[in-house]
Write a protein that binds this ligand. Sequence first.
Ligand SMILES: C[S@@+](CC[C@H](N)C(=O)[O-])C[C@H]1O[C@@H](n2cnc3c(N)ncnc32)[C@H](O)[C@@H]1O
Length: 376
Amino acid sequence: MNKVDSQYKIIFNMSLQDIISKTIKDNDKPIGFDVFMNLALYHAVFGYYRSIKTIFGRHGDFITAPETSDLFGYTLAKQCKQVLNNGDILEFGAGSGVLAAQILFELGRLDSLPGKYYIIELSAQLKDRQIRTIKKVLPEIFNRVEWLTELPKNFKGVVIANEVLDAIPAKRVTFSKGRFVELGVDFQDGSFHWKKFNEPYLNHVASLPDEIDEGYTTEINVQSIAWVKSLYDLILEGTVLLIDYGMDRSEYFHPQRNDGTLKCFFNHKSSDDPFCNIGSQDITTSVNFSDIAESAMDAGFKISGYCTQAMFLISLGIENYLLAEENNEARIKLAQEVKQLVLPGAMGEVFKVLALSKKQTVKLDGFKEQDLTNKL
Ligand SMILES: C[S@@+](CC[C@H](N)C(=O)[O-])C[C@H]1O[C@@H](n2cnc3c(N)ncnc32)[C@H](O)[C@@H]1O
């Protein structure tokens, strides 16, 4: 238990482990992994994303693309400019607020500021951090930024979610006797365990392989599928940019990926054990972009492009920022950051960009060099 947790334990006389095990006991059967992940990440007091500890950046548990380089947000801003049409921007899960600051800074420089930059953030602690970040960097346009608890009605513009889908609680499933069943979480003898439970209803929610080895375990993200559907009705006109680590269905359910994509991050170390450091470590699963794209199309969205993060940034000309930098030392530093964003062994290929559109026919600049939509 870390220092903050133990202080809470003294105040509330309960830890997150106590709360989750009590939830299982009250449920009288194991809980779904999505319920466990939801409590571990978003419990109002103890959840990982409610913590006051530094989560993002070099001193935190992981580094996201905007934390890696300002050039990520500047390049994304160029894609926003192409389809903004005097509309607004809405960012989901804005983390430390640094992506919002980068995008607003660059759109200001390009004389294309959105009417409003909305943020929807589940964590009150992160919202405070976002306010501090944006106010410090861009005090003169801070009044354009507004925090919302739900999508504004009749939204027109660009919706952005960078590394949000991977943080949405997923279900875990395992192949058992010719069908997939849910792999839930049980609590026995003082610790959490995986436990098969429930009826095989999951095949109706998302496509899972029909035949695969006994014990093959993977994830499906029922909440993300519903989330993307719900976006459609609330957007009047616009483009949705989803950036995350993930892959298409055939890669996701590759027979060799027989223990799914679940990963936990604590102090820049990754593990596959969600039952340790509960509330102090991040828990994520990769995105099945085929599920997201199908759900989006069912709702009415058009797919405007799907490609690797590297090709998206290159298509939008990320290298021009390097060429424009006259100071040698600064250029070398930027080149290192760009490598991190685009090299295949770093973030370049595991991260993908999926663009959805509603009443929008423009061919997006970000997919000029590569469009893998047919792989979805
Ligand atoms: C891995 S962090 C990414 C933060 C940031 N986008 C970045 O790239 O640095 C995930 C973020 O998503 C937020 N989040 C998760 N589910 C969400 C939802 N349904 N609506 C809004 N924010 C959500 C979390 O609170 C957190 O800020």
